[in-house]
Design a protein around this ligand. Structure first.
Ligand SMILES: [Zn+2]
Length: 479
């Protein structure tokens, strides 16, 4: 693995061989290097890190505005706390990294697969009376899971990087309900900045943490017709409060257990961006999260280098002043080489500056979302670039919406379902909300799952049992 050359170009079509396209795109764009010598772990290269940090800044800003406080908890969890909620422990113990210390024979700690056993013993110390509530905190850290399935960078890793978890505690169930609405509202804003019309589904109780009230989960649709779980908002009820003894003295002087929620996601936001917006040339980044929103490429002609450089810097300064993230690429490469590189990286706008352009006071600006060149006069560059960035952001959402619409198809019976899955699409089927039919539908085709219900009410007949149904479920192959 470690001797393998990193792909520098994309040689396959995204819609024909998505898997290979993805591996080539993330490497050639300089996002990550997967040749790190631990399976399921990779190196974030500078461009990937810069992009991910902008997405992280987005959630940091939104959480701050919502008054959710950032904290940091250690990555190591003592076994005692890991075992405190036995259903949590049973769910994670086989994929936990066990930590051995020098002075003990047995593993006494684990690396955190999720935050609950790190945070909730502290919640029990911090929460005393109703005045300590609500408690609303989050952290962004790495989580560790010893995945036994095939790993794939950013999609399924053993070190899950840039993972945020919001954990909240409340006096009443209703307050926790409201917190879920707030988490959904914040996620809507994040998804909008990514120009992704993500699929939002309800999880039935048996798919949630034991004792939970319910969950909203997000799924992004991939070009190969599979879906990728992409974040969740969980109404935990009082199950954890009881396991970790998180109680408060209420106004009536009675001791009560808190109600809790948790919401999490992370680098998979970027996976949705890469896979939905990308094209055969490489990434296409929405301006909101592009580390470079406009690149200025110089055309180097002997004897005119200084003049070209001066003009490039001048335009760069003007764009920067109006808040655009700009980079001047004055490298000694051919224009073709530079274009190729910045197109793989998915930079929204490219401005070409050469002696001829300076003379004519007209410049070519390349739009990555449509792969077209537009000519504009020097005095219009700043306002036009601002306008184009807004337009690209909207255009990407529109294109993604079209892709989502085309990928989701209604199925009324098993035969239609089979057809849809064979066409690498997602089926929307009437479902009676019973666990029995939930499991039955999984058996209809190999590798498929009913992964959640549409939030809206519907009327139809359950695809599995034929009884009247008020909900529709989404069925697809999942990652
Ligand atoms: Zn049914």
């Amino acid at each position: 693995m470690e001797n393998e050359e990193l792909p520098r170009a994309i040689t396959v079509k995204k819609m024909e061989n998505f898997s290979k396209w993805y591996d080539q795109a993330i490497a050639a764009a300089g996002l990550i290097d997967k040749r790190y010598n631990v399976k399921g772990m990779f190196v974030w290269l500078n461009y990937g890190l810069e992009t991910m940090k902008i997405i992280k800044d987005t959630w940091d800003g939104l959480f701050k505005k919502s008054n959710i406080k950032e904290m940091y908890f250690p990555l190591i969890i003592p076994m005692k706390y890991a075992q405190q909620n036995s259903s949590w422990f049973e769910g994670f113990k086989s994929e936990a990294f066990w930590v051995k210390t020098m002075d003990e024979n047995n593993a006494s700690h684990i690396l955190r697969p999720t935050g609950e056993p790190a945070m909730y013993p502290m919640f029990a110390l911090w929460i005393r009376t109703y005045r300590d509530l609500p408690l609303r905190i989050y952290e962004t850290v790495s989580s560790f899971r010893y995945e036994t399935k095939m790993t794939r960078p950013i999609i399924r890793d053993r070190e899950i990087t840039f993972w945020y978890e919001i954990h909240t505690a409340h006096q009443t169930k209703e307050e926790a309900d409201k917190e879920i609405e707030e988490a959904v509202r914040i996620n809507n804003i994040i998804w909008n900045k990514l120009s992704i019309p993500v699929l939002k589904v309800e999880k039935p109780k048996w798919e949630c943490f034991p004792g939970a009230v319910g969950a909203i989960e997000y799924y992004s649709i991939m070009p190969d017709g599979r879906v990728l779980e992409n974040g969740s908002c969980n109404h935990l009820g009082q199950a954890y409060a009881k396991k970790f003894n998180i109680k408060f003295r209420d106004k009536d002087n009675k001791e009560k257990f808190v109600w809790q929620t948790c919401t999490g996601n992370g680098a998979r936001y970027l996976v949705a961006v890469i896979s939905v917006h990308g094209d055969d040339k490489g990434l296409v980044l929405p301006p909101e999260i592009a580390p470079v929103q406009a690149v200025i490429t110089t055309i180097n002609v002997k004897g005119e280098k200084n003049k070209v450089m001066k003009k490039a810097e001048e335009i760069s300064e003007q764009l920067e002043k109006s808040g655009i993230r700009v980079y001047v690429d004055a490298d000694e490469k051919t224009p073709g080489e530079k274009f190729f590189e910045w197109e793989i990286k998915g930079v929204p706008l490219r401005i070409e500056v050469g002696p001829k352009d300076i003379e004519s006071k007209n410049y070519f600006v390349f739009r990555r979302d449509e792969n077209i060149k537009i000519s504009m006069s020097e005095k219009n560059i700043v306002p036009e670039c601002i306008r184009l960035l807004t337009e690209i952001q909207k255009n990407l959402l529109k294109k993604a919406e079209k892709f989502y619409d085309e990928k989701i198809t209604e199925a009324a019976d098993r035969k239609q379902l089979k057809n849809i899955i064979e066409q690498k699409k997602i089926a929307k089927v009437p479902w009676c909300e019973s666990e029995e039919c939930w499991n039955k539908i999984k058996e209809f085709e190999e590798g498929i799952e009913l992964f959640g219900a549409d939030l809206k009410k519907h009327s139809g007949k359950c695809i599995a049992c034929g009884k009247p149904s008020a909900k529709k479920g989404y069925v697809a192959k999942t990652y």
